[in-house]
Design a protein around this ligand. Sequence first.
Ligand code: SAH
Length: 265
Amino acid sequence: MWRATVLTLFPEMFPGPLGTSLIGKALNERIWALDVRDIRDSGLGRHRSVDDTPSGGGPGMVMRADVAAGAIDAARSADSAANSTGRPLIYLSPRGKPLKQARVRALAGGPGVILLCGRFEGLDERVIEARQMEEISIGDFVLAGGEIAACALIEAAVRLLPGVIGAEASKAEESFEQGLLEYPHYTRPQSFEGHEIPPVLNSGNHGQIARWRRAQSEALTRERRPDLWTLYEKLVRSARRPASPDLGPAKGLPKDAKNEPDPDA
Ligand code: SAH
């Protein structure tokens, strides 16, 4: 079973949104498991203290390395007891590698995740290194804590697990899965405030509909996400390059080209 362990100072925030809708139903059906642990259980002294002032001065507080390590090690030893080792240890952090659908898919394909949610100014650097944590960001903005980011990551992964969302095929067509943003959707009524559904969608001609949707996806991506568009164009061009005796056989799409262009690549 896919398992998410969340280390947090606010366990009451869970399951929160993860307990509702198809994600919550899958939780009840034991398609995945959620294990929430209070970092304060590893806190120090009578007050179960977890933070201290930043070395070198400055505002705010920093989560202590020893406390975080205690929480991580406790989660890991519960893991080996439960025979479910091998889950990546992730620190949600605005400094982390931006989360992309390709990473989400890889995580969904593995045994699960252990997520540490930061608070205050963040986590003592030494524990990030000592426990070789992977740092992941959910975007270039700053949250007050890692909990919402953890929910976002878990929700994105769980919806990819088999049996969670009915229409498996729809997932392959979504934004980012082809390196493009998704085409626009329409449903009844036929006329909404004087705006009609594009006639091609009522044509019944599936080839034509597919071509229209692809063109829409491309136009949207070019307009809204020039970063993705540049990668997509590169991939399409390299995939379509004709075979040449001088250059050897044409290269196919790189293995994950259909999935996720990495704008940093
Ligand atoms: N001082 C830090 C921000 C701390 S925000 C900095 O400037 O980088 C407090 C906590 O919220 C972080 O430890 C992290 O766990 C979480 N967090 C904030 N923004 C995030 C983001 N974009 N992605 C993932 N986690 C984030």
